[in-house]
Write a protein that binds this ligand. Structure first.
Ligand code: ACM
Length: 193
């Protein structure tokens, strides 16, 4: 499996501009699995729910998911990336894995970090595992790294490649992800903002 971890510096609220920048960057990418950061299209440093609600889109509709679908088709790849997701009056820090023929996985971040608790609802879905080509993918989002049970649970359910869209804040995370890989015997792919 050829994997691309694509790291960018999105500008807060500038969804259209950030998607265009990602579009340009992905022209250079040739991989079967492409992993983008947490909230890669909206930026990350929100202050309150009003802000996150302003950029959130419902599952299955919206500019961020349209772009993921377009890239999955153009690259014939699974493309994983984070987005603000709305459902009624709830807003989740979510991620999807989009395949060329449809969505493969969807997850809502369980462990919200610090001020994220002012901006998002905690996730209500188990971290997913899904087969893709000759591997099984797992999905968690950034601060989930701090809780070893998340990666362990995914591994016990078959995960071989852990997709980890992130906006890292704590410097220890990259080292901790090496530990997550070793203790579980899996590949960990962290895409940082
Ligand atoms: C984080 O979970 N983005 C620190």
């Amino acid at each position: 499996m050829k994997v691309a971890v694509v790291q960018t510096r999105p500008r807060l609220h500038r969804v259209e501009e950030n998607l265009a920048a990602m579009d340009a960057l992905l022209q250079e990418v040739d991989a079967e699995l492409i992993i983008l950061p947490e909230l890669f299209a909206s930026g990350y440093w929100f202050l309150d729910r009003e802000e996150t609600a302003g950029v959130a889109e419902p599952l299955g509709a919206g500019p961020v998911q349209d772009a993921l679908e377009r890239w999955a088709k153009s690259h014939d790849a699974a493309v994983c990336g984070g987005l603000a997701e709305s459902e009624g009056d709830r807003v989740f820090n979510s991620a999807v894995i989009q395949g060329p023929r449809g969505r493969l996985a969807h997850y809502r971040k369980l462990h919200l970090f610090d001020g994220e608790k002012l901006c998002f609802d905690p996730g209500d879905l188990a971290p997913p595992v899904v087969p893709w080509r000759d591997a099984v993918l797992g999905l968690m989002i950034c601060f989930d790294w701090r809780f070893c049970e998340v990666a362990r649970g995914l591994t016990l359910r078959g995960c071989e490649i852990l997709c980890h869209p992130s906006n890292l804040v704590m410097e220890i995370c990259p080292a901790a992800m090496v530990t997550r890989a070793l203790e579980n015997g899996i590949h960990c792919c962290t895409a940082d903002r």
